[in-house]
Ligand binder design. Structure first.
Ligand code: PEP
Ligand code: MG
Length: 594
């Protein structure tokens, strides 16, 4: 980026991080320090135990009321689903395991309750921070936020929000910012924010997106190096904070912002339009969701339904597994919210890094090749049946499909279907209604499944190709290991042939073949997938407008030529090059921001 000559102390400098909420803003920095409470440590007499526990319960109630207020305030500004983030905060407050542990510490060790809460919270925070899964790791900062609020009630330290008396519109810089603090940001005075730590999946960044506040995370030590009052420009697209931006930089960003706004308006106008190529081939675009609360995104981003509901998060983010009734209510509600649009519910894909601590019975040296997904379910049949019954019961409330993950043999499919049949018979005997014709599909995520797709196709109603795993298992590359990330090639001709083989088997058996891995959301790869024969793509909802834009600029015949070339290519790099050229040619405007 060009910079004009300036005073030495005014030289432009750039802090790079990850853009997690789009937009550009310019204004003075307000650096907020970490919120620290000094936790007192002392022993208490036995007659003080009961009053101490009582104080804890009162602090929980006060925190609950406080969160309720934040939630109400927030729900006037954003979609109900985002305000629902504080539901999960409130659930932490009701978490019996944590409450019991604090009370137990006070009673057993006769220590003050603030110290007992601190020890308990730290224990859970460390455990959550050690998990590989980004989503769960982020729950550690939720817990830290809640513990801080309960502590400040216990210690009667109600120090004011440092942002309460912001004098002018500013950019907030912090080491970390809690979701509850972010929720209270006033759009009039907070232009955007940036933090040293954080990830795209944290609740704080989810809130930034719904409040439409530009945000950057992962700036390492910016909160130490920046000072309040310094002039900043924050780029939430590219993930940068620029100190003392030059005139040239401001000019360039002004243009960029205008361009993004025009393009975003154009994408929004696609919401009601079908995913259709220039030569009239229909491509169904669906949303992947990990949580029931994401179902609102289906309409917001113009998807036709839910192509993948990953149900494991219902099991991971709780202290007690949801029973059949709770699961039924959840699936029923999502189906009802979708108003008879398709909802593909994937049965539990627990294992590897998505394994609740309570179920970790033994260490596996290769967990990705071990008791995961359908294998885990077939070894825990009561749990599996509970989910199958809940899905079957919910199936009368919408257009529900059932999907088994990580099938690698025909026997696994048959075993799962046998259990499904048992559940059907039980429900019939109990006079509980279900859709007798519910469609059942398998995910094609292993090379073995892709190679026997013809046999599988005869026994299922649809396929959904899970490329995240198909690439991992097909190219033997751990999808979470950054040291081999360069070998994780979606365009590897070997992977493309597995995809092609699956599509052909699906066609021969006349069953639909969808694709729900991350590949479905990469604009560069969408023409290739369509050319290979995919007609149903399911991806993270915010990516759908861009994918739809691309589909509508595409000719199927050209995409087919691209796919033929790709199948004959020798290396993934060559295919990627051809895909990039193709996409740049038909939609040059997509280069901005992607
Ligand atoms: C996949 O493997 O492509 C997939 C969609 O499943 P997950 O990412 O949940 O493993
Ligand atoms: Mg998978």
């Amino acid at each position: 980026m060009a910079s004009v000559s300036r005073e030495p102390d005014q030289a432009e400098s750039i802090f790079r991080g990850i853009g997690v909420s789009p937009g550009v803003c310019q204004g003075p920095a307000v650096v907020v320090g970490p919120r620290v409470l000094k936790i007192p440590e002392y022993r208490i007499e036995s007659h003080d135990v009961a009053p101490e526990v009582q104080r804890f319960k009162q602090a929980l109630v006060a925190t609950r009321e406080e969160l309720q207020k934040i939630k109400q305030e927030l729900s006037q500004r954003v979609e109900a689903s985002e305000a629902g983030i504080f539901e999960s905060h409130m659930l932490v407050l009701e978490d019996q395991a944590i409450i019991d542990e604090v009370v137990h510490l006070v009673e057993k060790e006769q220590i003050n309750v603030a110290l007992a809460l601190d020890r308990t919270a730290q224990k859970y925070i460390s455990a959550l921070e050690a998990v590989k899964d980004d989503y769960l790791r982020e729950r550690a900062s939720d817990l830290r936020d809640i513990a801080f609020r309960v502590h400040s009630h216990l210690l009667s330290d109600r120090s004011d929000n440092p942002l309460d008396d912001l004098q002018e519109p500013s950019i907030i810089i912090g080491h970390d910012l809690s979701p509850s603090m972010t929720a209270l940001f006033d759009r009039e005075t907070v232009l955007g924010f940036a933090t040293d730590v954080g990830s795209p999946t944290s609740h704080t960044t989810i809130l930034a997106r719904s409040l439409q506040l530009p945000a950057v995370v992962g700036l390492h030590d910016a909160s130490h190096r920046l000072k309040s009052g310094q002039p900043l420009l924050l780029d939430g697209y590219g993930g940068a904070v620029i100190l003392h931006p030059s005139k040239q930089t401001l000019y360039e960003y002004g243009n960029l912002q205008r361009h993004h706004r025009d393009f975003a308006d154009e994408l929004t106008s696609l919401r009601e339009l079908p995913g259709q190529t220039l030569d009239s081939e229909t491509i169904r675009l669906m949303a992947n969701i990990d949580h029931p609360k994401e179902v609102g995104d289906v309409d917001r981003f113009g998807a036709e339904g839910v192509g993948l509901f990953r149900t494991e998060y219902l099991f991971l983010n709780c202290t007690e597994f949801p029973d059949e009734e709770r699961q039924y209510q959840t699936y029923r509600q999502v189906a009802a919210d979708l108003e008879r649009r398709p909802l593909i519910i994937r049965t539990l894909d627990l294992g590897t890094d998505k394994m609740p601590a309570a179920l970790t019975q033994f260490e596996e040296s290769n967990p990705a090749l071990g008791v995961r997904a359908i294998r885990f379910c077939l070894q825990h049949q009561d749990m599996f049946k509970c989910q199958l019954r809940a899905i079957l019961r919910a199936s009368v409330h919408g257009q529900i499909y059932l999907l088994y993950p990580l099938i690698s043999s025909i026997q696994e499919l048959r075993d799962a279907n046998q259990l499904l049949e048992t559940c059907r018979q039980e429900l019939q005997r109990e006079n509980l209604p279900f859709d007798g014709k519910i469609k059942v599909g398998v995910m094609i995520e292993t090379p073995a499944a892709a190679m026997i797709a013809d046999a599988l196709a005869r026994e299922v109603d649809f396929f959904s190709i899970g490329t995240n795993d198909l690439i991992q298992y097909g190219a033997a590359v751990d999808r979470t290991n950054e040291r081999v990330a360069h070998l994780y090639e979606p365009t590897h001709p070997g992977i493309l042939r597995l995809i092609r083989h699956t599509i052909q088997a699906g066609r021969q058996a006349d069953i639909p073949v969808g694709l729900c891995g991350e590949m479905a959301g990469y604009p560069t790869l969408v023409p290739l997938l369509i050319g290979l024969g995919i007609r149903h793509l399911s991806t993270s909802a915010p990516l759908i407008p861009t994918v739809k834009h691309l589909v509508r600029k595409l000719k199927l015949t050209q995409a087919q030529e691209l796919a033929e070339q790709a199948l004959a290519a020798q290396s993934g790099g060559k295919v990627m090059e051809a895909c990039r050229e193709f996409t740049a040619r038909i939609a040059p405007e997509l280069d901005i921001g992607h």
